[in-house]
Design a protein around this ligand. Structure first.
Ligand code: FAD
Length: 516
């Protein structure tokens, strides 16, 4: 069995992979992580998808074990600010869509919702975000049992077990560096060897497989399977093995970011239970509230904005608190390695692919990749079909998310700058134009979205279409022939329940302060 695993890179991807493989295979595999203390990690990546809970569950970790150590907070939704017009916002929540008479509530809302806010009319989470509530009460109990089926605690350990069945109501924000440190401790306690050194050479054998990596001070590290977690560099997968990188930039033009970590008095400011994505002149700014600071950054396209102007705009956006904070300028590689698993090398994290941080899918890609790695782990014969299955699954996830993100820009009503005007006419990924045509006459469903698993259910597409406001949408004609009493009742129930929860749940600061 390939039981000697060498992971190159100790960012979020490296340590998530090491700890997950130990949780899966225990002492039946030897794992080494080699990371450079000269080349830093990307230093961002602090908002997640709700499926991330299965990662921590798989490791046997409770929230109380790791959240305080990582200054983590809850995320109920992504808040899109100013994508339609200045002052407008809507949420894409982690909340399964309700249906009435066989039609999603959003379809009923299009026919005639009680207010002009589809998100508040159709979901509880939008009101909880507006009211800045924690999804847990001070005694730790979760919301209530009235959130649509399956939302309550699920025991599934992997995303695939859980896939499509439930929608857990929240994800996490956390300090990326602290999470990597926490997972390093977890992995090392379970026997992972940690080498701090630079990999200076990747030695291939006569078949073109990785034989060993050469470090500056620790000699050669031999292994059977090598995991490339070296970030955008792709030291093994792209540089040594020459696997081509396929750019997505024709459809997603943002290629740069500038980030700040701003310490703030979060008690006074409050901790919004959502990631905020605020549209700006040539991109958008993320705001991720943590316990003690915010993480923020401007994601933009260099074709439209210079790094200096982006930093200036970000500093203006944040205000005086950011005055003495050092900016981290990042050049993003948007797209994916053609194959993420080549010979005996698997790329996980940014080396495998990345589609810009809107909707926080980078860590989801890592989580998905390591679940698939365990699922398709090779035997002695290195059966090629396992590798092919892995590459298909990982490729589909990134290609699907690419479509979902492209939809945000096409659907946004904002058109006040060249960047936003160009977004309306930019090419869409292959096949998406036809899919989009269908969504305009019938809101997206499982038959009409990207056909392979990519982590995003049809309701997410509906939220983006309804919230961005730039495309004409129609309700299903059949709804004109169906009694709408049940739909109206559903809207009323959501409103009443949301009001009650907003009144009775604590705010996030109160909730997390009790663990300090
Ligand atoms: P890195 O963090 O770059 O780590 C690379 C590691 O490789 C480092 O330890 C480095 O020392 C090591 N290394 C490199 N070369 C060598 C060598 N020769 N020898 C030894 N070691 C080496 N994802 C989300 O899910 N949510 C978000 O909100 C989000 N926001 C993002 C915002 C931006 C602007 C960007 C660019 C990304 C964002 N991501 C987000 C993605 C997320 O940051 C990454 O998926 C995640 O941090 C994993 O990065 P990584 O570990 O692959 O690479």
């Amino acid at each position: 069995m390939p039981d000697r695993i060498v992971i190159v890179g100790g960012g979020t991807a490296g340590w998530m992979t090491a700890s997950y493989l130990k949780a899966a295979f225990d002492d039946r595999v030897q794992v080494t992580v080699v990371e450079s203390d000269r080349i830093g990690t990307i230093g961002v990546g602090e908002a997640t998808f709700s499926d991330i809970r299965h990662f921590f569950a798989y490791l046997g970790l409770e929230e109380s074990d790791w959240m305080p150590a990582c200054n983590a907070t809850y995320k109920l939704a992504v808040r899109f600010q100013d994508w339609r017009e200045p002052g407008h916002h809507f949420y894409h929540p982690f909340e399964q869509m309700r249906s009435v008479e066989g039609f999603p509530l959003t379809d009923w809302w299009l026919r005639g919702g009680p207010t002009d806010r589809f998100d508040r009319d159709c979901f509880l989470m939008a009101s909880l975000c507006d009211a800045e509530r924690s999804p847990r009460r001070l005694d730790g109990s979760l919301l209530g049992r009235d959130v649509p089926e399956g939302v309550a605690e699920s025991n599934a350990l992997t995303m695939s077990e859980h896939q499509g069945k439930t929608q857990f109501p929240y994800a996490y924000h956390f300090e990326a560096a602290k999470l990597a440190q926490y997972l390093c401790g977890y992995a090392v306690d379970r026997g992972v060897r940690h080498v701090v050194d630079d990999v200076v050479h990747v030695a291939l054998d006569s078949r073109g497989w990785v034989d060993h990596v050469v470090t500056k001070e620790h000699g050669e590290l031999h292994g059977d399977l090598f995991v490339d977690c070296t970030g955008f560099r792709g030291v093994l997968i792209n540089q040594a093995l020459g696997e081509p990188f396929q750019s997505f930039q024709d459809t997603l033009p943002n290629d740069s970011a500038v980030a700040l970590q701003v310490p703030l008095d979060m008690e006074a400011r409050g901790i919004r239970p959502c990631t905020t994505a605020t549209a700006r002149e040539a991109g958008w700014i993320w705001t991720i509230p943590l316990f003690g600071r915010i993480g923020t950054g401007y994601v933009y396209a260099r074709d439209y904005l210079s790094p200096e102007d982006a930093e200036r705009a970000l500093r203006e956006f944040v205000g005086l608190e950011a005055e003495h904070v050092e900016a981290n300028h990042i050049r993003m590689r948007i797209g994916r390695s053609r194959r993420s698993w080549v010979n005996n090398c698997v790329a996980v994290g940014l080396s495998s692919g990345f589609v810009e941080p809107l909707e926080s899918t980078g860590i989801f890609f890592i989580h998905h990749a390591i679940e698939q790695l365990v699922k398709f782990f090779p035997g002695d014969d290195w059966d090629l079909s396992l590798r092919d299955l892995y590459n298909e699954a990982v490729g589909h996830v990134m290609d699907g998310v690419r479509e979902f993100l492209a939809l945000h820009y096409r659907a946004a009503a904002r058109n006040d700058t060249q960047y936003w005007r160009d977004a309306k006419v930019r090419a869409l990924p292959d096949g998406m134009e036809e899919r989009l045509e269908r969504w305009l006459t019938h809101l997206p469903d499982s038959e009409t979205i990207y056909p392979y698993y990519h982590g995003l259910p049809p309701y997410s597409y509906a939220c983006v279409l309804l919230g961005m406001g730039g495309l004409p949408l129609r309700h299903s004609p059949a709804l004109d022939l169906i009694d709408d009493t049940a739909a109206r009742k559903q809207f009323e129930q959501i409103r009443d329940r949301a009001d009650e929860l907003a009144r009775t749940l604590p705010n996030q600061y109160e909730y997390f302060a009790q663990f300090r």
